[in-house]
Design a protein around this ligand. Structure first.
Ligand code: AMP
Length: 287
């Protein structure tokens, strides 16, 4: 059976309202399409925690800067629908930009605050305000019981979770671990832009994170040095940032920090910008 594709807010509201009044739990999986196994892991998890799964596919213009890849971003709706086949998805919400922003870019925006200006936000000004604005709209439209995000976009998970708490959205958040290729490369819709040489170079990101993890018992400086040496050894990798942050604040830790920490990396490989991260257990090297 083919999946229903819903293009209007009104129709999606009807579908989810009907589900709620039948006491069925609704899950929303927000995506920008070009679906891969990482997205499908979110959908499978959604199926485990809810009765009705809605996947949204919307390339949100608000989260792309003027010099970014909005036009180049892959749009593959027929393939996406085929991939979702047999996963028990109730409907795909694939609205036009006009349906979501009828008056042009939203006049009202959700501010991601100071953490929204760090890391991804520093390289992509306004990105997280755009993400939080569209996620708020999708939550208000679909009113799901649970919304699912991937740990691949760690800063997004942090900021969306904080927004949901700060603004009292009545929705649970479910975070799904990063899905990787067998060689370690984190799956991303942008990986399709990598040629064969770049794909090999892109492996440095996950290798650097593994090196960081292996050095975690020797402290912060050792972690950063280990990851840096892996990244520096490949001329096709242009490092944007490498940082170790506290999972609870998303702020950089210092060398007195002990315990869970998140290693973040972002780099340009050729013309493609990639991000990755790994949770480590850091020992302090200060006695
Ligand atoms: P996107 O279509 O890139 O906006 O991603 C939609 C959702 O899929 C986000 O919550 C991402 O974090 C998640 N996602 C993307 N890639 C992966 C991956 N490799 N593993 C797990 N989740 C992912």
């Amino acid at each position: 059976m083919s999946i229903a594709v819903i293009e209007t807010i009104a129709e999606l509201r009807t579908v989810t309202a009907d589900a709620r009044s039948a006491a069925r739990r609704v899950a929303l999986v927000p995506t920008m399409g070009a679906l891969h196994d990482g997205h499908l892991a979110l959908v499978r998890r959604a199926r485990e925690v809810a009765d009705v799964v809605i996947v949204s596919i919307f390339v949100n213009p608000l989260q792309f800067g003027p010099s970014e890849d909005l036009d180049r971003y892959p749009r593959t709706l027929p393939d996406d629908l085929a991939r979702l086949e047999d996963l028990g998805v109730e409907a795909v919400f694939a609205p036009s930009a006009l349906e979501i922003y009828p008056d042009g870019p939203a006049g009202t925006r959700v501010s991601a605050g100071p953490v929204g200006a760090l890391f991804e936000g520093r390289s992509r000004p306004g990105h997280f305000d755009g993400v939080l604005t569209v996620v708020s709209k999708l939550l208000n439209i679909a009113q799901p019981h649970v919304v699912l995000f991937g740990q691949k976009d760690a800063q997004q998970v942090f900021l969306v979770s904080r927004m949901i708490a700060d603004l009292n959205f009545p929705v649970g958040v479910e975070v799904v671990p990063i899905v990787r290729e067998s060689d370690g490369l984190a799956l991303s819709s942008r990986n399709r832009f990598l040629d064969a040489r770049e794909k090999v170079a892109a492996l440095r990101l996950s290798v650097a994170l593994e090196a960081a993890e292996s050095s975690a018992d020797r402290g912060l400086d050792a972690v950063l040095a280990a990851a840096q040496s892996v990244l520096m050894g490949e001329s096709l990798v242009e490092l944007d940032y490498l940082s170790v942050v506290h999972p609870a604040t998303f702020l950089p830790v210092d060398d007195t920090h002990q315990g869970r920490a998140l290693v973040l990396v972002a780099a340009r490989v050729g013309t493609t910008r990639l991000i990755d991260n790994m949770l480590i257990f850091l020992q302090s090297n200060r006695s």
